[in-house]
Design a protein around this ligand. Sequence first.
Ligand code: SF4
Length: 296
Amino acid sequence: MPRAVDDRLAPGGAVHRALEEVLVGCDRAARVRTDPVELVHRYADRPLEAELVALLASSVAFGNVKALRAKLADALARLGDSPSAIADDELEAHRRLRGWVHRVYTGGDLAAMLVGARRVQRAEGSLGAAFGRALREAGELREALARWAAAIRAAGGLDRREGRGARHLLPDPRGQSGCKRLLLMLRWMVRGPDGVDLGLWRDHVDAGALLVPVDVHILQLAKNLGLTRRAGASFRTTLEITEALRRFDARDPTRFDFALCHMGMAQRCPSRRDAARCEGCAVKPVCRHWSGARAR
Ligand code: SF4
């Protein structure tokens, strides 16, 4: 029997209204300038380049965002004006990225993924077309992502490489992971264009099918708002948070993600009552630490 939704979490309820306030209060242009997606925007007028850059940028998107952006900028400078042209030449792609390192990822891992993505792009017309086909055939997003990622891994030899970086760069979404980085790339490419997300795959995938990329900020805020009680960012947590947000906007459940994530970063949410840190938080009236509401 479906669980009853408490009034706070109903469409038009207090949590929904608070999230709309977060959207209104977000200076998206300023926030985009600090976000990895800004690097993708630089290629927006060339969709084939943009989708390759989106894959690179999202795949290494964890840790300190400033350090991450610097590493990405370095990788893109090495690849020059046309990453797709470099990716057509496997040896050249590996040569250009040799010595590049970000956390567990090496330039060789990145080159293998880029070459694989380019081969899939050439075979199917675009990565978006390849994903759209996978989605039609699989009938659901997680399995489609798994098939799409596997095709890229195989085409570029990423699955034949040793090391943690090669295993983690383009993970199999059939595992327990919430797949934050792949879902982030999908949000960038499918939603919009709205100044944040680019909408370049909107003809291939419906925004209503997207799942929320759950990072540490989204998980913490989701728990504080009662969207989930789960502790970790597993795939089940991703589904649960998305289901809650779908009640507010079934056609575009991830539209709150960017503003909410950046609010979480700016607020440095302490996940407890902290008068100084919680000052000015747009969701304070509905936060369980202040409203007395229990997580569902
Ligand atoms: S009110 Fe404080 S604890 Fe609650 S979500 Fe905002 S920053 Fe986090």
